[in-house]
Design a protein. Structure first.
Length: 201
């Protein structure tokens, strides 16, 4: 019984202690100056958007009778898959152009040439039986791919055979001057192909 009474008295003392205003006694720092910009700044109180319904009166009706609006604004992008594929090819051809201009090594040249050949094969497989096969850009890409293959092969062969052949007779095709002339002609074809493909977009 004494334990119960003691427990009740302890609970009463703790409750009384907690309920009394026995807290921090002292002065608090003035922090108004630090946060004054939040209450007086014009940006803090400015409404960026007018949320009233008055704006609906200012909206103009869609000029659906205007043919230019319908053609330009409402119609969806009609870029054909062929043009999208051509854009990818243009980027690769421009890489090859840059490689030739900077005198890229055989490995880099052959890597880009391989990418051109792969894209030409892909385009041929995708559009070889479609009207796109009659486009100048399509035939130009096939020609560029064939040239890229020939020069890549020639440059690789020259690394092997030039050790055993002189620059006369059969070895003449592997001479530096001969290869440089073919690369120059290829570079000119690249420029022409890129212009044609960009015009097709």
């Amino acid at each position: 019984m004494k334990k119960i009474i003691t427990a009740k008295i302890s609970t009463l003392i703790i409750t009384t202690f907690l309920c009394t205003a026995a807290g921090y006694k002292g002065t608090l720092p003035n922090i108004n100056e630090q946060f004054e910009y939040k209450t007086h700044s014009p940006q803090a109180t400015k409404n960026l958007f007018n949320t009233t319904n008055d704006n609906t009166k200012e909206l103009k009706k869609v000029p659906r009778e205007n043919k230019a609006y319908i053609d330009i604004i409402l119609k969806k992008d009609k870029t054909s898959p062929y043009i999208n594929d051509l854009n990818d090819v243009i980027q690769i051809l421009e890489k090859m152009q840059k490689c030739i201009k900077n005198g890229g090594n055989i490995q880099k040249f052959n890597s880009i040439a391989s990418s051109i050949i792969d894209h030409a094969d892909y385009m041929n497989e995708k559009y070889g039986e479609k009207p796109e096969k009659y486009y100048i850009s399509f035939s130009k890409l096939q020609n560029i791919a064939a040239q890229a293959r020939n020069i890549a092969t020639l440059r690789c062969e020259s690394q092997v055979y030039i050790k055993y052949l002189t620059y006369q007779g059969d070895g003449q095709v592997y001479s530096k001057d001969s290869i440089d002339a073919q690369i120059k002609a290829f570079s000119e074809e690249l420029d022409s192909a890129i212009r044609i493909m960009k015009d097709a977009r």
